[in-house]
Design a protein around this ligand. Sequence first.
Ligand code: FES
Ligand SMILES: [Fe+2]
Length: 340
Amino acid sequence: MDAPQSRYDIPAYTEGWFQIAWTKDLGRGEIKKVRQFGRDFTLFRGQDGKVGLIDDVCPHLGAHFSEGGCVKGNAVRCPYHAWEFDRDGACVNIPYAKKIPKKAQVGSYTVVEKHGLIFMYRDKAGSRTDAPLPPIHDFHVGDYVEASTYEFKIRIHGQDIMENSVDSPHFAAVHGHAMPTNAFFTEKDELRVDQTSSVHRFGKTLHFKIEFHMVEPGFHYMFFPELPGGEAFVFSSIVPVDEEFTNHRLTLMVKKTRIPGYSKILQRFITWQMMKTYKEDMQIWEHKEYHSRPVLCDGDGSIMKLRKWYAQFFEPQDDAPPSTAKRSHALGVVSPVQDS
Ligand code: FES
Ligand SMILES: [Fe+2]
């Protein structure tokens, strides 16, 4: 019998920075299982407040740290025989041994916290990195009302979620917006789309602008610079759970205004609008097929540009020659292009 055909003919996984949790969900001394990229990781925060991420499986007899293990000082203690592993993945204590075996080591990963988000660096080789997080809009968290956060597990490839942002006509057909105008830029490794559109709600036509910043294959954010009386961000984090499902986290930040309570109302309105559009997209996303060579028309927006940008982040494939184009500016620096 033939093996079932994969839904996608593009690599399932990419390399780069991925948001894997929120700061608020990991207190001192807490441990959490993170299932991403088809495997389990242990995320923990030591008593010194610093976060660590290591492989979840103990090299001793295979227990999972996140299934009953705990944090001791700044290390993770395995639930089975109490071996302890630090943030570098090194075994630092075996309570009943005189000597720690050299191979008592697990994989460890680079993690960074920013704006209340916890990121990991991930590549196929399991490397650590000194490279900084790519720039994310600079702002003062204190200037914003408490973020609202949402998490979904969806049957889709991350590329399709990003593609949604540049897929101009779907905003009209699926979400009931006016046909948007998109200006498309690349800046270093970032891809940006400035969108203007409008929507009819509550008997009024609301005009809005959105900047879509594609920072990483696993992370993009939307900036709303001109909301009535305010501005807001939505951070959108896309991490493959395995080859079939993707974890999508959304973080909504609304800037405080001088009018008491107004930002909260704005936050509720954006949440309502966001969830509405999300449900509309999700029904299509979970069932759609992937066409690597779609039949496109002149009003279809920048779908193939997005795919070209995204492709530079695919993890190397065993049967492919090594790429020299990885993380190069695949599109070069271009002038704004009106695509619709
Ligand atoms: S399995 Fe982890 S200490 Fe034995
Ligand atoms: Fe959409």
